[in-house]
Design a protein around this ligand. Structure first.
Ligand code: IPE
Ligand code: MG
Length: 232
């Protein structure tokens, strides 16, 4: 969800105001995803590298997550949204960790949309952590066992990855899971990303031919694969 800082700076507002607006944008996209039948939505809220930002921005982001949790969880729950917070919790405050777990537990019974809010997450952290856990248990390291030990083991690999804010890179997001994900890049800053922008990205996704290493001819014979975006 990139571009919050620039959105704020363009308006002579503090960066944190952009992050606040970003929460509003996320609320709209969650609703739009539910309406479009998307089953899994995974967002990158705070990366392992974001600790390097100025302390007041880092604490602003922590406070914003806590505030968003206290305000949004009841409505998300009513809408059938199940929350997960993939990421390393060891550096988060005890209070925040408690509210993350409480939100996960409160929404555990829902299945309309799985909303993964990656917080203090990094793709490399995820892979290394999964390998460490398997090694600790003395289990063989295979593609399947690693996939099953990762922070997103509860959802299928993403079909579509949208990066807002104009940068053309992955920035340590779902490195393992995005092996065959369709990538869509947009200059739109995250606070401006609305249902119409989502529809543009979905239309772009629908135009792509997903071959998964096969030829076009082989895919044409396969029985209607991957017609819908299930995981964005
Ligand atoms: C949000 O956008 C990403 C977060 C870490 C929350 P940015 O804060 O990176 O916005 P820009 O790139 O400075 O515009
Ligand atoms: Mg940025």
């Amino acid at each position: 969800m990139d571009g919050n800082g620039r959105w704020a700076q363009k308006r002579w507002l503090p960066r944190v105001a952009g992050h606040k607006q970003g929460v509003d944008a996320l609320r709209g996209i969650v609703q739009a995803s539910v309406e479009r039948g998307i089953r899994v939505l995974t967002v990158f809220a705070f990366s392992s590298e974001n600790w390097n930002r100025p302390v007041e921005e880092v604490s602003g982001l922590m406070d914003l997550l806590a505030l968003a949790l206290s305000r949004e969880v009841p409505r998300l729950s009513e809408n059938g949204v199940r929350l997960h917070f993939p990421g390393d919790r060891s550096r988060l405050s005890e209070k925040l960790v408690r509210s993350l777990s409480a939100a996960e537990q409160a929404t555990a019974g829902h299945d309309r949309l799985v909303l993964n809010v990656c917080f203090n997450y990094g793709g490399r952290w995820d892979i290394a952590e999964a390998a460490r856990r398997l090694a600790e248990r003395g289990e063989a390291i295979t593609e399947e066992s690693l996939t099953g030990a990762m922070a997103l083991a509860h959802v299928p690999d993403p079909d579509l990855l949208i990066r807002t804010g104009g940068e053309l890179r992955i920035s340590n997001f779902l490195l393992w899971q995005a092996a065959y994900t369709e990538l869509v890049f947009t200059d739109c800053l995250w606070p401006d990303f609305d249902a119409a922008e989502l529809d543009r990205a979905l239309a772009e996704f629908a135009r792509r031919e997903r071959r998964f290493g096969q030829t076009s001819e082989q895919r044409a014979q396969a029985p209607a694969p991957d017609a819908d975006t299930q995981h964005a």
